[in-house]
Structure formats: C-alpha cells, structure tokens
Design a protein around this ligand. Sequence first.
Ligand SMILES: [Zn+2]
Length: 349
Amino acid sequence: MGKAKNGAQKVGLMQRLEKDAAICAEGYLFECERRGYLQAGAFVPEVVLDHPEVVTELHREFVHAGSDIVEAFTYYGHREKLRIIGKEHLLEPLNRNALEIAKKVADDSGTLLAGNLSNTNLYVPGDEQSRKDVRRIFDEQIAWAMEYGVDLFVAETFSYGEEALISLEAMRASGVPTVVTLSIHQEPKTRDGWSLGEAMKRFEAAGADVVGVNCARGPNTMLPLLKEIRDAVSCQVAALPVPYRTTPEQPTMQSLKDPASNIRPFPTALDPYVCTRYELGDFTRAAHDMGVRYLGVCCGAGPHHIRAVAEALGRKPEASKYSPDMSKHAFMGTDPTLKPSNREFAERL
Ligand SMILES: [Zn+2]
C-alpha cells in the first residue's frame, strides 16, 4: 500500500468500497485522441513517451474532478499493440513511463495507483498457444507495475470471460486488490457465450475483489445489466459506462448509427451522442442504489462527467468549487441586482 504525500498510509481500495464507494476515471485513450496526442485505430498510448506532460495533466484533472484512482496509462500499451505499430522496442519504456507518471500524481494527491491490463486481442478459444501468449503479456505488464508499488490492478474491457480469467490468475500473485470488468457488446453475454451472472461468479471464484462491466455501453444500456451482476456475487461490483446515448436497438457506442450520414460514429464522430454530466450523475445514483460501489466513466469521459459522478455520491471534489451557479447569470439568473430588462430577454436568447 502506497503512502500519501503527508506520509500517512493511504486508505486502500477495499476499505473505501466498504465505507462508501470508489471512483475511477477512465477514458484516457479517447481524451488524448481528442486533444491530438494519440492516433485512433491502433489506439496505442505513445503519448506517455511523446508528451508525458499531457498525461500528467489529464491524471490531475481527473483527480481534481473526484477520481480516487489514478490508472497508469498502459491500456493498449501491451506487446501485441506495440507489434501492430512496429514499435515493440518501446514496450518496456512505455510501460515504465506510464507507471512513473501515474505514481507521481497518485503520491502527490493521496489517491490510489492502479496498474492496468486490457484485452490482448490474441485470445482464441481452445487455442493453447494463444493462452500462453496472453499470459505472457499480462505477466510482463504486472511485473513492471509491481516495481512501482501499485495499490490495485484493473483488468478491463474483456469480451472473453476466459481471457479475463487468465488475467486474474496472473494478477492474483501480486497480492493487491483486483478489479475485473467485461465489455458487453450487443448481445448481453461474453464472447464465449457465458451469461453475465455466470461470468461474474467465475471471476469471484477465481479471486477477483471487484467484478463488473466497463466501456462499450452507455448509461442507458449498462444500467439494465447491473441487477444480474449484483445478484450473482457477494463481492464488490463495478460499473463504468461510456458517456454516450446508446439505445436498446443500438446498445453500444460501436453500434450507434448516424441517420444523417453513412459514417459510423465510432470512434471519432461520436460527439452528437455525448451524454450530459447530469445523465452520468443519474446513472451513478441509480447504480449506487443497487449496491454498485466502484463507479466511473470510460471512453469519452471528460472531467465534468467525473465531477458529476462524485457529486452524485454526495462528494465535493476540488472541482466542485466551480460547479455551476446560474443564479448570477446576466440573463437567466435570479440575483435581484441583475437588470430586469436582461432577465426579461432570457426567453429571446
Ligand atoms: Zn472505454
């Protein structure tokens, strides 16, 4: 367990969850892409080497907005992803830089440092060699993360339950809490055909501390999945949707269709579908009421979404100092010193 800046022992993940909740900001890939520091497609976080200051600042913004956890930006920074862009020689420096950057922010802010694993895209059901290749990827990323004293591991966006189980087996040796989340695509089951409840039970039995879902689905289509998950396990449950207005017919950000054009909105034209901060606040309250304690937002998340998650949990992160107060707005405000002629004009704006 790491130490906070003042030298005090940090409150660990499991204690935070038992007491109340834990917030984890995700979505670094999309936000760095939007800012012009990461290429959509391969989605490899070379930004941790090319522009570490951008990643540092984004970590700080998410903490300022209420994130309890700083996730080292090693998502899609694994061997297979570096192979596809022809830069395997950068594998270790990329992982180390990401961990170094995140550790500094976590130590400065007293938040928790998370190591991060993701789907490898190498797993093939029934293929023994693919299991070995996947395991090697996890083992090497875990070994680097352990050198930086991570407080927990997050293994995320798995489509295959089996691949998530391989990550759990690899993480278990670390001795730190483990969070495992699936991405649920259009069909509400894993790619190996397990029901959600069955998958979560298997993860819990394999030693996961927190199980759940992240990415792919927006609040509207993730919320209906949560009861089955909560009912299936006795461990803590995680839910981190993408902030997009998905629907029962188009339940994932990848399946959204723009009726006005033939362009698939995913991943770079999703802007018209972005949820408001209030929608993320509503999701957070509803999920928390169902007993889901590990909360956050994935791809597409901005700090305003994370602040809304924090405020929905009754918190006041530093960013709440700047939460909206429309009472002083020149036209829409209610302050009695405002010019009545402007307030009367409000409806004509
Ligand atoms: Zn995501």
